[in-house]
Design a protein around this ligand. Sequence first.
Ligand SMILES: Cc1ncc(COP(=O)(O)O)c(C=O)c1O
Length: 361
Amino acid sequence: MEHRVHNFYAGPAALPRPVLEEIKENFLSFRGSGMSITEISHRSDLFDELLDDTINRVNRLLGLNEGHHVLFIQGGASQQFCMIPMNLALPGKPIDYINTGVWSTKAIKEARIQGKDVRVIATSEDRDFSYVPVDYTVDGDASYLHFTSNNTIMGTQWQQYPDGKGVPLIADMSSDFMSHPIDGTPFGMIYAGAQKNIGPSGLAMVIIRDDMLERVPDDLPTLLKYTTFHDHKSLFNTPPTFTIYAINLVLAWLEETVGGLEEIERRNRQKASLIYELIDNSEIYHGIAEPASRSLMNITFRLPDPKSEQRFLAEAQNNGFIGLKGHRAIGGCRASIYNAVTIDSVKSLVAFMEEFEKTCS
Ligand SMILES: Cc1ncc(COP(=O)(O)O)c(C=O)c1O
């Protein structure tokens, strides 16, 4: 008998069930070829069509124009922390960062290692990164302005993106990519590790604008240059072909089954509000993120003490709710409810949490 659980892992994370079924059904023969997707040359027409289709889907879903290019780069989002300053810092111009938690801090660290002129123009460290700053000044003289759109660990999310005052924005959208519509125009670059909202692990999707590609210095190592990936359509060397295939299926599900990013945002808001409502009316669950900065993707909360948290997590697991332990950096609990987590899973979790609260009185 099939055994599936309610999966709330932060990443790698739940994938849409129709995607998993499609992979299973056609694994031995990709598009009637008699070969698995894992056995096909990345130089074949079959793979090339898949790659083109994936890029076209990204462009359609995000409404991007021709000035933006979709790249697939190994090394995850963390590799981008180092590639961004290396490729996109302009000589004599500082690079601006907004620090909203662990992932922004890591991005800043990689830029400093390279000796770049890093300016942290805003930070929410004063209150343990429990909010996203709204009060800061953007100078307009920087090479770029980097921020993390959704802070996976603390459970905060930008409600309105910064105004770069003409400075290109660069956003780490790893944990809320494709979860709502965006206006790509002010972004010099957007990137996201695949393993949260768009597929299995193995790469970062990078969306980069023409003028950013012009900044790439000639003397960088080949595989650390954005131009290498752009000029060879992400096929300079062998890409993670299975991951790209799975991303293609997730994007097809988003476009054709869900109906696009407005609809997925509506669903995501509905799911998140069910859990936040419960937290706001509870005696035992306390939200970690400040309400004005709450994430629709990662909902973080604590129970009154570590012992009740442990009991909560153990009972949740026994009841088929997996992945609710908070990140080791902050502890507590976290429900990650990315696009593929169903409203039914969320309703079941809410019912479980209500029942658990009753056992605490
Ligand atoms: C916002 C954010 N940025 C970057 C990363 C790092 O991603 P990767 O493991 O793909 O390097 C994560 C991973 O959890 C993340 O949540």
